[in-house]
Structure formats: C-alpha cells, structure tokens
Design a protein around this ligand. Structure first.
Ligand SMILES: Nc1ncnc2c1ncn2[C@@H]1O[C@H](COP(=O)(O)OP(=O)(O)OP(=O)(O)O)[C@@H](O)[C@H]1O
Ligand SMILES: [Mg+2]
Length: 331
C-alpha cells in the first residue's frame, strides 16, 4: 500500500551525488514545509526564526524533504497532539567541539517535539535504513535525512528522553562565498567533503572490492552508496550472468573481488545459488554472502552447504551488513 512512498524515499536516497545548491530562504522553506506537513494534525507549531540568519546554500527540494520527514516523525510521536518547537540560529563551532564538524560557522535548525521519545538503545539505530518501530513504517525517513545532510557537509543528530520528547538538530555550513567576503573572521578554511574524508578515513592501500548482484536497480544503487560510504569499491550486476562476467574480468586483470553479495532470487535470470557455484568454479577462493527476503528458504538456513560465507535477511540494518562484511572479509 505504501510502496509509492517507499519508492520515493529510496529513489531520493539512491539519487546520484551532488545536491543542486542555491542560496535559499530557509525561514520560508521551514515555515511552508512545516505548515504543509502538519495540515489537519492536532499539533501546534511554534516557530522561532530570527531575521539575521547567516546565509546557506542548499538544495531546497532535498532540504524540504528533510524538514518534512522530521516534522512527520514528530507528529507521529505525538498521537494525542502537542507542540512542535522549530527554531534556527547562527552557531560557531570550535575546533575542540564534541560534534564531528569542521570548525567554523553554521546554521543550526532544531526540531523539538513533546512525544514518546526514543530509548537509548534505539538512538543508535534510528538513522539506519529500514530501522522502524512503527507498524506502518519503512524506516527510511531518517536514513534519507542523514544522507541529504551529509551531502550538504552538515550534521544531523538527536537528543531524546523517553516520555519527554525528542530534539533533532541539523547543522548546515555557512556559504563559503559569504565567508570569503567577510574578512578576518576565518582564514577561509574550505569546508568540503574532501577535507572530512581525509581525516575520517586515513586508510592505506587499495579499498576492498565488493560485487553486488540484485535485480532491483534501486536496491543495487542503495547498496552501492552504503558500501562506497564505508570506503569499499563496488561493482554492480543485475543477474548471475553479469556477475560471473564481471568476476572473471576482475580476476583476469589481477584485481579480484574480495567478496560478492548475491541476491538469492533473480526473476528470469541466474540467482544466487547458481551464481556462487559458477564463481567457485572459476575461483575456489571466492567469498560470497547470499541475501533474500525469504528467510525460510532452505538455502538461507544451510547457506554453507551451497558455498556461501554468510546470509543477510532482507530488510537488514546497515549495522548487520557491516558486521557480516567484516567477519567475511577478515575470515
Ligand atoms: N520524533 C521522534 N520521536 C520518537 N521516535 C522517533 C522520532 N523520530 C524517529 N523516531 C524513531 O526512529 C525510527 C526511524 O525513523 P524513520 O523516520 O527513519 O522511519 P519511520 O518513521 O519509522 O518510517 P518512514 O519514515 O519510512 O515512514 C522510528 O520508527 C521511531 O522509532
Ligand atoms: Mg519517518
């Protein structure tokens, strides 16, 4: 029933790279999106937006989606109604700040609700794709927010207390061209992804190579994004035939894959079971995990007999994926 919503979120999530950033009146965007989203709900917005906000350059479509997802979550956390406090403020982040942000000037948006709150245990998981505690939820809203804010070189984080409510904070860097015109404030440290990557990665040598086979293009791209973000090199195949071809080609170039993630069922094509058999025939050291939405399939239970090194049951959390990858790659 909600598959159109789901596809929309997934598409945005998987949508290629760079946001189209323009100077945007955030006040207007925040106000309009909030009113639109709360329409008909028993929630009263209390919006505090000062006139002198520093300018930011954002993709207004993407940022609107972030605000919408956060307002929607707040609304759903207050089924009996309540207040929604939204504010934006200028904020300087120092080099020794606890936040994982480059020092400099930011605009901070806070969205606070008086809802059910989030347990300490769940706080770790809420930004993972597919994590949801709602019977009708897809668990994609916050994953989308995270991805979008990240692409804006910003940060999204949360504070919450059970029974009291939650506050989501979004930090967006002030426009670099604005900073350049206001002299003497900062020695124009560019805030870029490249900068952040250099400090947070620090990996040496070649990135590990992973082959992803899934017949669903959106999921293929989603997995590609998630894996690339962790520093893996990724190639994609739509079915077993393509997967075997890519695997063979990589072997011949002496750049073999470190592992493959194979979908069990590929309608009209070679599925995971046949594919692993072929991969093992050309490379007895091939490592692959099988994934499927059908956890009851016999192959999922007896994966080792078919030559797989692990299983992923869809939908899975990014954390589960990471744990499995680490285990398989280090084995
Ligand atoms: N304001 C909030 N108050 C309480 N819990 C929240 C709030 N925002 C998010 N959560 C928790 O985080 C989970 C993940 O949120 P997310 O928006 O990613 O997915 P969802 O709302 O469950 O589903 P979807 O957004 O895809 O419809 C929620 O299921 C809920 O448990
Ligand atoms: Mg949501």
């Amino acid at each position: 029933v909600r598959s159109t919503d789901l596809t929309y979120q997934l598409l945005t999530f998987a949508r290629g790279g760079t946001p189209i950033k323009k100077f945007t009146s955030l006040s207007q965007l925040i106000t309009e999106t909030t009113i639109f989203t709360l329409h008909g709900a028993n929630v009263e917005p209390i919006v505090e937006l000062p006139q002198d906000l520093w300018p930011v350059e954002v993709d207004s479509g993407q940022l609107g989606q972030v605000i919408q997802n956060l307002v929607l979550n707040a609304m759903q956390a207050m089924p009996e109604g309540g207040h929604l406090f939204i504010r934006a403020e200028n904020m300087e982040i120092a080099a020794n700040s606890q936040l994982s942000l480059v020092e400099g000037k930011y605009l901070r948006i806070s969205i606070r609700d008086e809802g059910i709150g989030i347990s300490t245990e769940n706080l770790q998981k809420i930004f993972d794709p597919y994590f949801t505690t709602k019977s009708q939820g897809n668990g994609l809203g916050l994953a989308v927010c995270y991805s979008i804010i990240n692409r804006h070189d910003g940060l999204i984080c949360v504070e919450s207390e059970i029974g009291k409510g939650s506050t989501f904070y979004i930090y967006l860097p002030i426009s670099a061209s604005y900073l350049a015109t206001t002299t003497n404030i900062y020695s124009a440290t560019p805030i870029s992804n490249a900068n952040k990557a250099a400090t947070s990665m620090g990996r040496v040598g070649q990135p590990k190579k992973i082959l992803v086979m899934d017949d669903e293009p959106v999921l293929r791209r989603l997995l590609e994004k998630i894996l690339q973000k962790q520093g893996y090199a990724v190639e994609l195949a739509a079915d077993g035939k393509q997967a075997v071809t890519l695997y063979q080609a990589a072997l011949e170039k002496s750049k073999p894959f470190d592992m493959a993630i194979l979908d069990l069922t590929i309608p009209g094509g070679l599925g995971g079971k046949q594919t692993i058999a072929q991969l093992l025939a050309i490379d007895p050291a091939a490592k692959a995990v099988v994934c499927s939405g059908y956890s009851e399939d016999a192959i999922m239970a007896n994966y080792q007999e078919y030559g797989f090194a692990g299983v992923l049951v869809k939908p899975y959390l990014v954390q589960e994926l990471n744990t499995l990858l680490k285990r398989v790659l280090e084995a």
